[in-house]
Every structure is written in C-alpha cells, then in structure tokens.
Design a protein around this ligand. Structure first.
Ligand SMILES: C[S@@+](CC[C@H](N)C(=O)[O-])C[C@H]1O[C@@H](n2cnc3c(N)ncnc32)[C@H](O)[C@@H]1O
Length: 290
C-alpha cells in the first residue's frame, strides 16, 4: 500500500484535530499498519481511496474509526509496576488518613485505553477489603476512543491480555471465564465506571479527584496542547491530591500549577494557589508563629 505525502498529512491532521496527538514524520510509517484492518473490513482498496471518501464526507462515522485506529492503545495490567507500589505504600495510606471523615476517594484514569489501568487500581482496593470497608471508592476511566471505552466497560479481556501483567493466581481470583474471554469479577467492576472524554476538553464530573493518572497519553502532544492538558488536570485535582504520569514523563517546564512530589518519585502535586498542601503549611506556620 503506497501512501502519498499529501494523504499522510491529511490523516495526521485529522488525528491531531480530534485528539491532539501528533504523528510526526518519523512515526508516519504507523499509518499503513494501523489502518490495514479497517480498509479490509470496509472493502477500501487503498489509503488514497480512503482519503477521497473522507474528504467527500459521505461517511461521517468513518473518520472516527480512522482516528481510533491511528491511536496508540498499548496498555497492560500494573504497567511499570513501580508507580502502583508507590500508590499502595505511600499515597493510599496517606489518603486513608486525610479522608478518614468522608471515607470517599475519587480517582481518575485519563487515557485509560481498554481499562487495564483502571482494573489494576480496583485490585489494590479489592486486595485490602478490611482496610477499605465502609469507604466509597469511585474510579473513573476516560478515553477519547469510543471503542476502547466500550471494551473497558465490558471488563472482558483475553487470557493473553490478562497474563501481560498478572500471574495465574490473580487471574483466577479476579476474573471469571465467559464465552468471549475472562471477565473482571463484581468486586472489581463495582467501583469503576468509564466515559468517552478528550483530555483537552473541560474536566469530567465530579472533579476534585484525589488521584489522577495520565500515563503515556501526552507524549505526542504539542507543547501548547500539553500545557492545556496539564491545566485541565490541575483543575480536576483535589487541592491535596496527586497526579501520576508515565515513566519518563514530567510536568517540569510544562505547568506552573504542578510540581514533583519530593516524597514519591513519579508523582506530582498542585503548587501555588490551588494547593491545599501549601495552605496547610502556611496555616501551621502562622499557628506556630514561624
Ligand atoms: C498508550 S495508551 C496508555 C494507556 C494507559 N494509560 C497506560 O499507560 O497503560 C494512550 C491512551 O490515550 C488515549 N488518548 C490519546 N489522546 C487522548 C485525548 N486527547 N484524550 C483522552 N484520551 C486520549 C488513547 O486513545 C489511548 O487509549
């Protein structure tokens, strides 16, 4: 399949307009592989024919399918294990104290793909039922891709997908066999919900999230779009909440509302006006006359 420069520019432009994701020249080789299944299903012979149909605007749903096929949805359970250990050892115990009165936690996984990250989080709570008894845990997973959100919502994974990240004992404990794969059991499905949402749009309800995960989502956004995404995320966080990014991602130099958590590698917190942490420090200092 030969892809002309102008066709690849049109497809890259469509992807960026809908999601902010940039397909730089060095990554345009992905286009042909990513779209081959869609072309086969739709009986479209070449990418240039696809572009003609898109430009004529006769099939509005086709452009969304193209965008979804071009997105990178790579994910797996407990991806890069370390951050989940930090959550378990550092953040959740701290939040258990901070939210002891309300006994409510809100977590947002932005760019959750097919849901493995969200169910991994649900597992952290389900593995410690005594500790979280009486708590309301709300884990929201959002993604710009409707097909990803539909799959995440179904809670059904193939054995291969589950075993990328989970051992056989966890698979048997947390999934039940169904005709089309393995379905997350009710204790994992109960605290989670999913919604189609673009990280560049206003934040999803109810906001005030105690933890936001936005991992491996913003890598290919332009600096302006990245700054906008961080602005949205900062606006969605509780004043004393945490942000977790993917390995190798950072807010440094890209947001003046977020700063690294010195106590937890890979985690970020609000700084300046939005921060309840700084407010607590100031209150403590004025109470002690420091
Ligand atoms: C590489 S996956 C990462 C999934 C998961 N966070 C992880 O780290 O395993 C990136 C996900 O971000 C989603 N995405 C890309 N642009 C987005 C946007 N503007 N808003 C919301 N989700 C987006 C993609 O559809 C994809 O599912």
């Amino acid at each position: 399949m030969q892809l002309s420069d102008s066709s690849s520019r049109i497809l890259a432009g469509l992807l960026e307009a809908r999601t902010g994701q940039q397909l730089t020249m060095s990554r345009r080789w992905r286009i042909e592989t990513a779209l081959s299944a869609l072309l086969r299903e739709r009986g479209i012979a070449t990418l240039d024919e696809l572009i003609t149909i898109l430009v004529m605007g006769k099939e509005p749903s086709l452009s969304q399918e193209v965008v979804e096929a071009l997105l990178n949805n790579e994910t797996y359970f407990f991806r890069d294990r370390g951050p989940f250990d930090v959550l378990q050892r550092h953040v959740l115990p701290e939040l258990a104290k901070l939210r002891d009165k309300s006994k409510r936690l809100r977590i947002w996984s932005a760019g959750c793909s097919t849901g493995q990250e969200v169910y991994s989080l649900a597992m952290l709570f389900a593995e410690a039922p005594e500790q979280w008894r009486g708590w309301t845990i709300d884990i929201l997973g959002t993604d710009v891709s409707t097909s990803c959100v539909d799959r995440a919502r179904s809670g059904v994974f193939t054995q291969f997908e589950i075993q990328r990240g989970l051992g056989i004992n966890q698979m048997i404990k947390w999934f039940e066999e169904v005709p089309d794969g393995w379905r997350a059991v009710e204790p994992l499905r109960r605290p989670v919900r999913f919604q189609v949402h673009n990280i560049l749009e206003p934040i999803p309800h109810p906001g005030d999230f105690d933890i936001v995960l936005c991992r491996n989502v913003l890598l290919y956004l332009s600096p302006e779009k990245k700054a906008l995404a961080f602005e949205r995320i900062a606006g969605a966080m509780a004043g004393d909440g945490w942000l977790m990014l993917g390995a190798g991602e950072t807010v440094i130099g890209q947001s003046n509302k977020l700063g690294a958590d010195v106590n937890a590698r890979g985690l970020y917190r609000l700084v300046g006006d939005g921060s309840r942490i700084e407010k607590r420090l100031v209150d403590r200092r004025s109470a002690t006359g420091a």
